[in-house]
Design a protein around this ligand. Structure first.
Ligand code: TPP
Ligand code: MG
Length: 334
């Protein structure tokens, strides 16, 4: 594609060069925070890590449509790219994986990945996969009943669509035309279970059965995801109801720091997906249109490296919970 043709792509979506650099920043920040989290795990400082790597385009491309603190976010455990974007900090993430007293999600009492913030309208998930969907739909009903134009974004993996909760939420949202965007990040695995053993047919197509649009999008392409999500959010704000987005992506890391993925997938498969890395792909686009060059890329890396190092150091120094903290409420007053 010539430069003009390429430029038309983001301009057609109403995005400026500044928007693109902001998207790039959050994708790269999420990746570097995640990588640092694995290091802390291997150093014995963080008992459990669950990753966003590979899914940054799906996450940032979607959340870029959210108005932080107004719309509601029901993220799932991999959505670091979303929670950073709406206003949690790298330090918050490190406090969380090290279970520190002042970590914002639960004061160190929930597993990592259970993001929560009253200030940012992030509602925590419970540990069972998929329970967030009916809750998110209920919040969308509240927006509708109050006559407000808020949108609820709810996320999960492809396996979360196998449970009843997902279908009940989709059905209810379809009947009542609720302002909710369902984002399924189809990363090809549910721990060791491959997609083909989990999904017959298409997830995106299932939306038709509930009476609203479902779109499948290349989840490694942040602009494609943004475009699909933009339409979905606009539809919701116009009172036209829900949209399902299935973002085809890939989980680059093992399921979690407790999983050995050599037992169920080939290294070559991971390498092939790494070549489609959403961050590298976006950087190639930014270079082609002249928004990012080697120097700009290095600057972004340096800035993020310093931010991540400082956040990690400061979180390590933060005090652990007191034993009696376990006796108080997890969420009240938070
Ligand atoms: C109801 C329920 N069953 C099983 C589990 C254990 N579990 C945690 S994550 C996960 C895999 C979910 O896969 P998917 O929805 O595709 O999300 P991904 O982890 O691939 O992003 C499973 C089975 C759980 N937490 N809850
Ligand atoms: Mg999955």
């Amino acid at each position: 594609m010539d430069v003009k043709g390429v430029q038309a792509r983001h301009e057609g979506l109403g995005l400026t060069g500044e928007d693109l650099l902001k998207m790039h920043y959050y994708m790269l920040l999420a990746r570097r925070v995640d990588e640092r989290s694995w290091t802390l795990n291997r150093q014995g400082k963080a008992p459990f890590v669950i990753s966003c790597q590979g899914q940054e385009a799906a996450q940032v491309g979607t959340v870029y449509n959210v108005r932080p603190g107004y719309d509601y976010l029901y993220p799932y455990y991999r959505d670091l790219g979303m929670t950073l974007f709406v206003g949690q900090s790298p330090r918050d993430q490190f406090l969380s994986i090290m279970g520190k007293r002042e970590e914002p999600n639960s004061g160190g009492r929930q597993m990592p990945g259970h993001f929560s913030s009253r200030r940012l309208n992030i509602v925590t998930a419970s540990a069972p996969v998929g329970v967030q969907y009916p809750q998110a739909t209920g919040t969308a009903l509240a927006f509708k009943v109050r006559g407000e134009d808020g949108v609820v974004l709810v996320c999960g993996g492809e396996a979360s669509t196998s449970g009843g909760d997902w279908h009940e939420a989709m059905n209810f949202a379809g009947i009542h035309h609720l302002p909710v965007v369902f984002l399924v990040q189809n990363n090809a695995y549910a721990i060791s279970v491959p997609e083909k053993a989990q999904v017959a047919g298409s997830i995106a197509c299932r939306a038709a059965g509930y009476g609203f649009p479902g779109v499948e999008v290349d989840g490694m392409d942040v602009l494609a995801v943004y475009g699909a999500a933009k339409e979905a959010f606009e539809r919701a704000r116009r009172g036209e109801g829900p949209t399902l987005i299935e973002a085809k992506t890939y989980r680059i890391t093992a399921h979690s720091s407790d999983d050995d993925d050599r037992r169920y997938r080939e290294r070559e498969e991971i390498e092939a997906w790494r070549r489609k890395d959403p961050i590298l792909r976006f950087e190639r686009y930014l270079e082609e249109i002249g928004v990012l060059d080697d120097e700009g890329r290095e600057e972004a890396e340096d800035r993020i490296r310093a931010e991540v190092a400082e956040a990690s150091r400061s979180a390590e120094e933060a005090p652990p919970p007191e034993p009696e903290d376990a006796l108080g409420p997890v969420y009240a007053g938070r």
